[in-house]
Design a protein around this ligand. Structure first.
Ligand code: GLN
Ligand code: ZN
Length: 755
């Protein structure tokens, strides 16, 4: 009899209850008791959902008040000492101070959880960090679940992953120097869980799907040998990629079972089942925890049958990873039509898929039948639907050649034509696209969306806003203008809403960090542009000024990266479809008299696969998509791109291969150090390294920016250097924006006077 489980369930609640409870607590509108009550209600509901669906075990420990890594630190007592909190007396208010900072303390750093859009708080490691135990929250949750009568499994982040994801803060030469201490901390934790009646612990070690240095791999056997002395059975989980190369290691570890991601690593199962030890569980993550398509249950069942004969009740089936990365419940969705909904499975629906597979394996076909029928219907309808397969798009795609990605001339020739046309001064000044999105702008957009104001009224108000930002840019004396993007709620949604093949949910929220949730669009079909998307706005803006007005588009990689992407064709194919759509938009902008067009790719680097051996194929397709979107124009038309928060040095040749005429990047926070690799030979085209950080309201002084520019001049030739902030200004207010840009323009002038 196979066992059904998941690696974790979303904690935010189907109506984002956790978000609203957190925010009410932060605003002082509710107290700790009220927040705790919301947490308890959500946990109870989520366990009940899992039990009702028919899972054999419900997962405890996937709940967190802000972040699962921070919860683990609070549990171990390993919170940063700089905050001065007693780990055993940590209140929820203190916990949020760790996450969000306070007047006295800057917050813990936050970064992306592997290649997901979830952000965790980065552990801070120093030689004196302690793992002597902290809050009792997890133990309380275990008792709650037991009191409710559930069979439970506790999920923990593993000690090696926790160590690995932290950052060394002081006097520690290697993170692994902390290993003896953290192992003792986990031993005590496991001991206490055992006393609390916990028999199974899922221990997550997703670092196994990274390129792991030998010393980390070598740490697995001693660590798990030490932990296996405690009583709960350990299920060591790997996810986000295949771990084939560690098959021998994983087989030999003294744990009761191992979990594999069979969605990302579909091919790896054979390497494990060959001589899988007779006393060990193999948990197979066959239902995708990273995407929201209804699974092909027949296909999966076919692969599981033989394994089930071999493993019987040692076969566990579950989600590939925690369901944290998908929305909670499709039945709350009222914006998608029924056909589209029939193709999807959110977290709650995925539970039923897992259970159906288990039932089918265990011989209970009648119970599983409805799920199998729905799965077959979804597969068949997705194969044939005219909403998905568009012959126009496919014909076009088939005709794409590498030549479509080549500009007419090479960069030196193009830039001299562009200079002759634009006659920009040395060190031209510009901004990244958006100007402050005031409450008024947001209200107007929202009112228009709700149908409260008509199209013409909306158009006029947005045009007023564009007039205003053009006027401001004239006053400031900037050289290359933008229209300010007032009409855009979000840089992906804005385009997706105008394209065929994209769908938007009303309630498909996924936690990004803390109380912040995102609602990624769903790319379900061939992407097609029925009409121009931005030309009207750009043309209007250009009509107001004699300065060049940059057209502003979101690039193909970013459009893909921040969406749920169809799984019935390679991602690269979908990227190319989006690239073709953008190419048409770029050409339409050019035809309408827009001579500079920026194609933003802020997500370019975050799309990099976890393992470096997969980088080349990703980068090839990403660069190709960008070039195809950009290359349909004349030499005189200047293509810009923008990337933020990025480290580039390891992929610089690829960034150069994108061959944008101008790239603007984020560098100010690293004191221009990010530029180190960007010499003339490594990066031949024009560059605007951000000269100030737009993420804070602080107004940078002229001297500071002048100093940064001088530093940049040490790396980049004068005739290649642009002057701009490091990202869009939409989150800023007008007073600081105006003052900062005024100083920025002055800094550019100081340099100009010297050439
Ligand atoms: N053009 C966009 C803006 O200015 C770019 C945003 C981004 O890089 N994330 O807002
Ligand atoms: Zn940016």
């Amino acid at each position: 009899m196979a066992i059904a489980h998941v690696l974790g369930f979303p904690r935010i609640g189907a109506q984002r209850e956790l978000k609203f409870a957190q925010e009410a607590f932060w605003a002082g509108e509710s107290d700790e008791t009220a927040l705790r009550a919301t947490g308890a209600t959500l946990r109870e509901r989520h366990w009940q959902t899992q039990a009702d669906a028919g899972l054999d075990l419900v997962t405890v420990g996937d709940f967190a008040w802000y972040d699962q890594v921070l919860n683990t630190l609070a549990l171990l007592g390993a919170i940063p000492a700089r905050f001065g909190f007693d780990p055993q007396q940590l209140s929820l208010a203190d916990y949020f101070t760790l996450a969000r900072g306070s007047k006295q303390h800057f917050a813990m750093e936050m970064t992306k959880w592997f290649d997901t859009n979830y952000h965790y708080l980065v552990p801070e490691w120093s030689a004196d960090v302690k793992f002597d135990g902290g809050v009792n929250w997890l133990f309380d949750e275990v008792s709650e679940a037991q009191a409710l009568g559930h069979f439970t499994k506790v999920a923990l982040i593993g000690p090696l992953t926790l160590l690995y994801l932290g950052k060394i803060k002081s006097d520690l030469s290697h993170k692994l120097d902390l290993l003896p201490k953290i192992v003792v901390g986990y031993q005590q934790l496991l001991q206490r869980l055992h006393w609390a009646g916990v028999t199974t612990v899922q221990i997550d070690e997703p670092i196994l799907s990274l390129d792991l240095a030998a010393e980390w791999l070598a740490a697995f056997t001693p660590t798990y040998t030490a932990l296996s002395k405690q009583a709960p059975a350990l299920l060591l989980t790997t996810y986000f990629g295949e771990v084939c190369e560690h098959a021998a290691l994983l087989r030999s570890l003294p744990v009761q079972g191992v979990h594999l991601d069979c969605v990302r690593g579909a091919e790896q199962v054979g390497a494990f089942t060959k001589d899988w030890p007779k006393d060990k569980i193999l948990s197979l993550g066959v239902i995708d925890g990273r995407n929201l398509w209804r699974a092909d249950l027949d296909g999966i069942l076919g692969k599981l049958k033989l394994l089930h004969e071999q493993l019987d009740d040692r076969l566990w089936i579950g989600s590939s990873c925690s369901l944290l990365h998908v929305p909670v419940d499709l039945s709350n969705e009222n914006k998608l039509d029924d056909e589209l909904k029939s193709w999807l499975a959110f977290a709650t629906q995925k539970l039923s898929e897992i259970v159906a597979l288990k039932q089918a394996l265990n011989g209970n076909f009648s119970e599983a039948e409805a799920q199998f029928i729905a799965s077959r219907a979804a597969q068949a309808s997705r194969r044939n639907s005219a909403r998905i397969h568009n012959p126009l798009v496919q014909r076009r795609l088939a005709a794409v050649s590498d030549a479509d990605g080549q500009r007419i001339s090479n960069f030196p020739e193009r830039i001299s034509k562009q200079q002759a046309k634009w006659k920009l001064p040395a060190f031209p000044t510009t901004t990244i696209g958006s100007f402050p999105q005031t409450a008024e702008i947001r209200q107007t957009r929202a009112a228009y969306k709700r149908g409260e104001i008509g199209h013409l009224a909306y158009l006029e108000q947005m045009r007023d806003e564009i007039r205003f930002v053009v006027q401001k840019q004239e006053e400031l004396g900037l050289d290359v203008f933008v229209h300010g993007e007032p009409e855009r709620n979000d840089m992906v949604e804005y385009f997706g809403e105008q394209l065929w093949g994209y769908a938007f949910t009303a309630n498909g929220w996924v936690q990004s960090y803390g109380s912040r949730c995102v609602k990624p669009p769903i790319i379900y079909g061939d992407v097609y542009r029925p009409e121009a998307m931005t030309v009207g706005w750009s043309q209007f803006a250009q009509s107001l000024t004699s300065k060049p007005m940059k057209g502003m588009l979101t690039g193909p990689v970013t459009m893909l990266q921040w969406s749920f992407v169809r799984d019935d064709q390679p991602r690269a194919t979908t990227a190319l479809q989006i690239a073709l759509v953008l190419r048409d938009e770029v050409c339409d902008l050019e035809k309408a008299g827009i001579g500079m067009i920026q194609i933003d790719e802020p997500a370019f680097r975050e799309g990099l696969p976890l393992k470096s051996r997969d980088w080349t194929s990703y980068l090839e397709s990403a660069v190709r998509a960008f070039k195809i979107s950009a290359a349909g124009v004349k030499d005189e038309t200047q293509i810009h791109t923008h990337m933020c928060y990025s480290e580039f040095n390891d992929i610089l040749p690829w960034i150069a291969a994108m061959d944008a005429d101008v790239i603007t990047i984020e560098t100010s926070r690293s004191d221009m150090e990010l530029l180190d690799g960007f010499g003339e030979f490594a990066y031949p085209n024009d560059i605007g390294p951000g000269v100030y950080d737009i993420h804070a309201p602080r107004i940078p002084q002229v001297d500071e920016m002048e100093r940064l520019l001088r530093k940049a001049r040490g790396v980049i030739p004068d005739q290649r250097l642009w002057v701009n902030p490091d990202c869009g200004l939409k989150t800023r207010g007008w007073p600081e924006t105006y003052a900062a840009l005024e100083n920025m323009v002055s800094a550019a002038w100081r340099l100009r006077e010297e050439v």
